[in-house]
Design a protein around this ligand. Structure first.
Ligand SMILES: *Cc1c(COP(=O)(O)O)cnc(C)c1O
Length: 415
């Protein structure tokens, strides 16, 4: 018996016992495609297409402006926030859907900095997603308050860097390259002990495993709607603000939707006494409607099962790859408890070309600089047999060196 059949047999048994199997049918994943990139762009649910079409044709096409009230367009940022809240361990009234994650870095960071204006330091990680770092640099330059970004290289340095001079800690819970997961409870408690505020970026957490924002006493969190939440390309992002902090903070992009009564058209700004003060302008209804419909699937999902399956999928994938694929080295931590829902490998050849060859054969992952092959495992629709099949195809491409074909070396803009 070959190793591949053994892996397939394990997969078959695991798929049979999988309590999440019924969800896959709600996604439009092209037959034969193995989609391990839901951490970049979640797939479409046909129900979302239907809902958006209805919004276009009936709500916009027929009912026109009446739909702001009649179809609940005006409430969408809050409605969607309420749908996201339980997925990230947040109580009602603490989450709102708005803008992009990058913009929300600015909004939450500036709000937090103004609450800690006597302190100069912002602590983040060197390996944080670049937009978080860029937005932080731009925000400090723009505010001109003399705040300074300090980035650290590892976890020990991180704990040490958070001190009495720290105003704000800005961290992404799951590293986008390696999948390493930070200890939210421990770091948040440490930041608070030093008197700092903390902002968690949940782009690779929301929908990937249970998050406990309230229980960890987090101050602010942000995250996007198009990765594990499957809201569609460029879906609106979200902001979480701890209840007790909400009305103390003023976010700097306070447009009319952040006003306590936008339709009073009051020339004087009075911030909403709720999570709505983190809004800015007219919400993007079509995108929000897509996200709203996409989030319905989470209603009865047990997040513990999501985590259990995510660990199972990634462990089986690592095992199959390590036993059959030459030249790949695990770039993620081996302990699944310290990983989000993705696994990365480095390759001793051209990683970009290898990923292109894999994609050409129907296995979608992605490539990140300098030489990382990244695979995301979204438990709602990825099956155990998919990860085993992906490893088989990868092993075969490596064995035959098909990745060396010139056509796989043409770089596209989006990797
Ligand atoms: C995907 C991602 C973003 C994306 O930000 P956008 O404003 O949506 O482009 C931000 N931060 C992290 C950590 C991400 O993984």
């Amino acid at each position: 018996m070959t190793e591949q059949t053994t892996h397939q047999q394990i997969a078959e048994a695991l798929d049979k016992g999988d309590l999440l199997t019924s969800y896959r049918g709600q996604f439009a994943i092209p037959p034969k495609l193995i989609y391990l990139d839901g951490n970049s762009l979640g797939p479409l649910q046909p129900a979302v297409g239907k809902k958006v079409a209805e919004t276009l044709v009936v709500e916009w096409g027929t009912d026109l402006i009446k739909s702001w009230n009649k179809a609940g367009w005006i409430d969408l940022p809050e409605t969607v926030g309420e749908q996201i809240a339980p997925i990230i361990g947040a109580k009602s009234g603490t989450v709102i859907a708005t803008d992009s994650t990058s913009v929300n870095v600015f909004k939450t960071l500036a709000a937090a900095l103004l609450m800690r204006s006597d302190r100069r330091k912002i602590v983040s990680e060197n390996g944080n997603f670049p937009t978080d770092l860029y937005m932080t640099q731009a925000t400090t330059a723009f505010l001109g308050t003399g705040h300074e970004l300090v980035t650290v290289k590892d976890d020990d340095a991180l704990m040490k860097a958070i001190d009495e001079e720290t105003a704000v800690v800005l961290l992404t819970q799951v590293d986008y390259k390696t999948g390493r997961m930070l200890d939210m409870a421990k770091i948040t408690a440490h930041a608070h002990e030093k008197g700092a505020l903390i902002i968690w970026d949940l782009c690779h957490s929301a929908g990937a495993f249970p998050v406990a924002l309230d229980a960890c006493n987090v101050d602010f969190a942000i995250g996007c709607g198009y990765k594990y939440l499957n809201g569609g390309p460029g879906a609106p992002a979200f902001i979480y603000v701890k209840k007790e902090l909400q009305n103390q903070a003023i976010q700097p992009l306070s447009g009319w939707f952040a006003h306590e009564a936008p339709f009073e058209f009051d020339p004087e700004f009075k911030p909403a006494m709720s999570i709505k003060r983190y809004l800015t302008g007219t919400p993007p209804v079509l995108s929000l409607m897509a996200l709203h419909e996409a989030l319905k699937i989470w209603k009865d999902v047990d997040m513990r099962l999501i985590r259990q399956k995510s660990v199972g999928l990634s462990q089986l994938f690592i095992q199959a790859v390590e036993e059959t694929c030459e030249g790949l080295t695990l770039a993620s931590l081996r302990d699944p408890q310290l990983r989000g829902s993705q696994v990365s490998f480095t390759f001793d050849g051209d990683g970009y070309a290898l990923m292109q060859a894999l994609i050409a054969e129907g296995v979608i992952g992605d490539f990140r600089q300098p030489n990382i092959l990244r695979f995301g495992f979204a438990p709602l629709y990825v099956r155990y047999k998919d990860v085993v099949r992906a490893a088989e195809i990868l092993a075969d491409i490596l064995k035959t060196e098909r990745w060396k074909d010139e056509k796989f070396n043409v770089r596209s803009e989006v990797t």
